[in-house]
Ligand binder design. Sequence first.
Ligand SMILES: [Ca+2]
Ligand SMILES: [Ca+2]
Ligand SMILES: [Ca+2]
Ligand SMILES: [Ca+2]
Length: 129
Amino acid sequence: MRLTALAAMFALVLWGAPALGQDCVSPDSDGDTVNDCEDNCINVPNASQDDSDGDSCGNVCDADFDQNSAVAFSDMTHFQANVGTTNANFDLTEPIGDLVTMEDFNVFQAAYLSAPGPSGTTTGTVACP
Ligand SMILES: [Ca+2]
Ligand SMILES: [Ca+2]
Ligand SMILES: [Ca+2]
Ligand SMILES: [Ca+2]
């Protein structure tokens, strides 16, 4: 009995957690050719993986501009101030870095009152929820 538990624990240590740098083999839920475990927007196709504010949430699923893990009224204020600019932080549609337009507002509106992400990667400076 005790040996079995020990063996199970050993197996968990060996195979339980994927090693860092190992090839990512999880599915590609949004079909953007980036597998979920490396995709910074798991549910939104974003082949570029652009993440302007470096928080590990890709732009296309990151309308949380004040980094409080919620897309709320304060983010709306930031967004409105940047419509018509080329501030990449507020560009929510690919290609990232062109004008912030109504197209981006539509993405913002769809994300309003939700959390940013989800992201499959935590390589950014701040973890995306
Ligand atoms: Ca993907
Ligand atoms: Ca994606
Ligand atoms: Ca981001
Ligand atoms: Ca926010």
